[in-house]
Design a protein around this ligand. Structure first.
Ligand code: UD1
Length: 420
């Protein structure tokens, strides 16, 4: 197993190129199941989760050809419709194949993802919506067994809660359904918007893109033709590196980014005293000598993303005063707190609210990554901690950050990847 050894504190300077968004790429890869042609996806991030989904598609019979940050996927050879436990257990987002496989083949079996470190994360809303569309759903031996022999039918779906992968799954199912599907309380995340835009330009008429009400006109089983496209930049990776600049009091630029996707994150960094210069696809963070405490509530887009909560918690340890961070999306997404406390952070956890009293002196030690974004919070803390920090179990980090240690080392961090 690999771990990261960081020595701090070190100032950073320069610029970091942001990779394509993992969370946009996953539904876009699943979407190729709806295509009659070989689909080329560019600006694909080189991260473990993408490889996992490609492996799943290959196991089903697709042919996948990797290029440099691109892939060509031909799903015409799919001869299986079962997503096995072995793969689904390693990545919950594998559930994204359910909608498109069911819509195209009329049947699909997907292992139930089960809970995960940050919470239970049920898929009941995905299943209920597919049932509304006429699917018969059974749970047997740990698998969701879905059938729709006469195809899926358009209907009105009201999501009780906003669900990102749930919305993506139903958009893909609706694309091949008979009639029109209206999704009420749909997710508005940029990753969902891109999925809708690509499908819309491939012949699936979708109204209301980027709003909570999506109206999808189904193609009654007719597959789509998808032209090559480029994945949007990863706003969470971008936000993480901006936090790296802020926490080390360094002027840092991210390039290949979309400031319009980072609204809530930039606003909170501004509340803390940072300033920005935005030019085209580059964002330069101008740090502040004294970070101010901040109050954050995680919510669905366009509000502050839960995927940036851990990084801001690390940042709050270096802010003067009391910061209050409330997690509203996942019930157990504070596992980084105990590790940050071991580094010297003064954090009190009360249910889903963390109170951080700063500024804290952090010292390097051995810490354990517990999930993807928690890992990046530990790396951020290590950049300002006195001495050496070893971040273990970085396979979590590799799921979603491409070449993190290289990107950070290129701007001056002292970081290396070692074997346990
Ligand atoms: C996606 C992102 C993840 C991000 C999360 C919230 C991907 C691959 N992952 O995860 O990085 O942290 O959005 O922005 O894009 N829920 C239910 N029933 C369901 C579905 C969801 O109760 O059927 C609940 C969840 O437990 C959670 C909330 O709804 O409390 C939001 O979850 P959801 O938006 O579905 O998260 P994911 O799509 O899994």
């Amino acid at each position: 197993m690999d771990y990261l050894k960081l020595s701090g504190p070190t100032p950073l300077s320069g610029s970091i190129k942001i990779s394509g968004a993992k969370n946009a790429s996953l539904p876009l890869i699943a979407m190729t199941i709806l295509a009659k042609n070989r689909v080329v996806i560019n600006n694909l991030p080189n991260v473990a989760d993408i490889k996992t989904l490609i492996k799943l598609l290959s196991n089903l019979g697709s042919s996948c050809e990797f290029g440099d940050h691109s892939i060509a996927i031909d799903t015409s050879g799919i001869n299986q419709t079962k997503a096995n436990y072995d793969i689904v257990k390693t990545m919950r987002a594998s559930i994204l194949v359910l909608g498109p496989i069911l819509a195209r083949f009329g049947h699909c079996e997907v292992s139930l993802p089960g809970g995960c470190a940050i919470g239970q994360r049920p898929i009941d809303l995905h299943l209920k919506a597919l049932e509304h569309m006429g699917a018969k759903i059974d749970i047997e031996a740990g698998y969701v067994q879905a059938t729709a022999p006469d195809g899926l039918k358009g209907c009105e779906i009201v999501f009780d809660k906003i669900t990102v992968t749930g919305t993506a799954n139903i958009v893909m199912a609706a694309a091949l359904a008979h009639g029109t599907t209206t999704i009420i309380n749909a997710a508005r995340e940029p990753e969902v918007v891109q999925l809708c835009e690509v499908l819309n330009s491939s012949g699936v008429h979708i109204e209301g893109i980027g709003t909570p009400v999506l109206k999808i006109t189904g193609r009654a089983g007719q597959l789509v033709e998808i032209a090559p496209f480029e994945v949007i930049p990863d706003r969470i990776e971008g936000g993480t590196y901006l936090c790296a600049g802020a926490i080390t009091n360094s002027e840092l630029t991210i390039t290949g980014a979309r400031a319009d996707h980072l609204g809530a994150v930039l606003a909170k960094l501004e509340d803390m005293g940072c300033r920005f210069t935005i030019k085209g696809d580059s964002i330069t963070l101008h740090p502040t000598h004294e970070l101010k405490a901040v109050n954050i509530i995680t919510q669905e887009y366009p509000a502050f993303p839960t995927d940036m909560q851990a990084q801001f918690l690390a940042l709050a340890t270096q802010a003067k005063g009391t910061s209050i961070i409330e997690e509203r999306l996942f019930e157990n997404r504070f596992m980084h707190v105990s590790e940050l406390k071991r580094m010297g952070a003064n954090i009190t956890l009360n249910g889903n609210v963390a109170t951080v009293n700063g500024k804290c002196h952090l010292s390097g030690t051995d810490v354990m990554a517990t999930d993807l974004r928690a890992s990046s919070a530990l790396v951020l803390a290590a950049l300002v901690a006195e001495g050496e920090t070893n971040v273990h179990r970085i396979y979590h980090l590799d799921r979603g950050y491409e070449g993190l240690e290289k990107k950070l080392a290129d701007v001056g961090a002292s970081v290396e990847r070692l074997k346990e």
